[in-house]
Design a protein around this ligand. Structure first.
Ligand code: ADP
Ligand code: MG
Length: 324
């Protein structure tokens, strides 16, 4: 059997099985956006690590070093934030070719440091040209009562997202195909907005149950929430909002915009489930505070699958992104 046969999540399961002896400790380990372990009384550390590989996560001639520096840190800050926690410190490890200019590194660090999260250490290694690898670890902290797990969704909850979806995937297509007039989407791809303050606020709300960030696309990421919360969901794909640029791109390339929105990935918006009684009240407060809204896209149910509806009819939708 090869790794390609078990897939990315199969491999993570295999790794997780080797850690059984630690599972009775009072920690959250492999399986959520972050690991969680106790800090001071009533609080926990929330830790994540993420790798960006040249040719897979970024194309060196299609992203400027400043944006790459920002994005390398931003994707990990997003994981920490999506648990309701505040990112505090970071570590940066990088494998990079010796012919890279010092100006490139200075620009990379300018982008990295623009997030104002202290960099406390890391590791450096020389690498082959075309094989840059960047790994960022972020440590955050959260009051225990505010931590949002993937496993906390409840039957009857509203499934919501914090922005229209598919902008990053639209930007990626525009970059790869050299298309003009997709500036907003390209920005969403190379310099994604991270819902830091929004998620810390949502963390304080008891009626917000499960929460995670959308890195692989709702169709893949919602599966994690459903699997870990032992529930299912119905998603109304007509309620999934996309930007005008996404609609234009999909129209021009003859692809289904809803499908791109659900499976494109890298939106880094939040995917959350909220008690249906509290949804309107929380959305009203959210709008007043953040000048933005929570978009309801469906409901959690007791099925063991996710059903997608369009015009009240069940429809098929592609899987989100996975490695292997
Ligand atoms: P995200 O897309 O939010 O970064 P992943 O899908 O990469 O999350 O990871 C899911 C879970 O699996 C996380 O808890 C992560 O720490 C864990 N994980 C991923 N790869 C490994 C690995 N090589 N060893 C141990 N844990 C891993
Ligand atoms: Mg995540």
């Amino acid at each position: 059997m090869k790794l390609g046969d078990i897939g990315e999540f199969g491999l993570i399961e295999e790794i997780k099985k080797t850690q059984k002896k630690f599972s009775e400790m009072n920690f959250t380990g492999i399986g959520d956006d972050c690991a969680i372990f106790p800090s001071k009384e009533g609080f926990s550390y929330v830790v994540t690590t993420d790798m960006l590989v040249e040719g897979k996560h970024f194309l060196i001639d299609k992203i400027n070093p400043k944006d790459l520096g920002y994005k390398s840190l931003a994707v990990s800050v997003s994981d920490v934030a999506s648990m309701g926690a505040k990112a505090m410190f970071s570590f940066l490890s990088i494998s990079i070719n010796k012919n890279t200019s010092t100006q490139w590194i200075n620009d990379f660090l300018t982008g990295y440091n623009s997030m104002n999260i202290p960099l406390l250490g890391g590791d450096t290694c020389s690498g082959e040209e075309g094989n840059m690898c960047i790994n960022v670890t972020v440590i955050g902290e959260c009051e225990n009562t505010n931590i949002k797990y993937r496993s906390s969704a409840k039957v009857g909850d509203i499934v919501a997202v914090t922005s229209p979806l598919g902008a990053s995937a639209t930007g990626l297509q525009a970059i790869l195909k050299n298309l003009p007039n997709y500036d907003e989407s390209i920005k969403a791809h190379v310099h994604p907005y991270i819902f830091e303050k929004e998620s810390v606020w949502l963390g304080t709300k008891n009626e917000v149950h499960a929460m995670m960030d959308i890195s692989d696309g709702v169709s893949s990421d919602l599966r994690h929430i459903c699997k870990q919360s032992k529930c299912g969901a119905v998603i109304n794909i007509d309620d999934i909002l996309t930007t005008q640029e996404t609609k234009t791109l999909c129209n021009n390339l003859n692809i289904n915009s809803q499908e791109l929105a659900l499976s494109g990935g890298e939106d880094y918006a939040l995917l959350l489930t909220i008690s249906s009684d509290a949804f309107n009240k929380i959305n009203k407060e959210y709008k007043a505070l953040f000048n933005s809204e929570l978009y309801s896209i469906g409901t959690i149910n007791s099925d063991n699958k996710i059903t997608y509806l369009s015009e009240n009819k069940v429809t098929d939708i592609n899987r989100g992104f996975t490695h292997f």
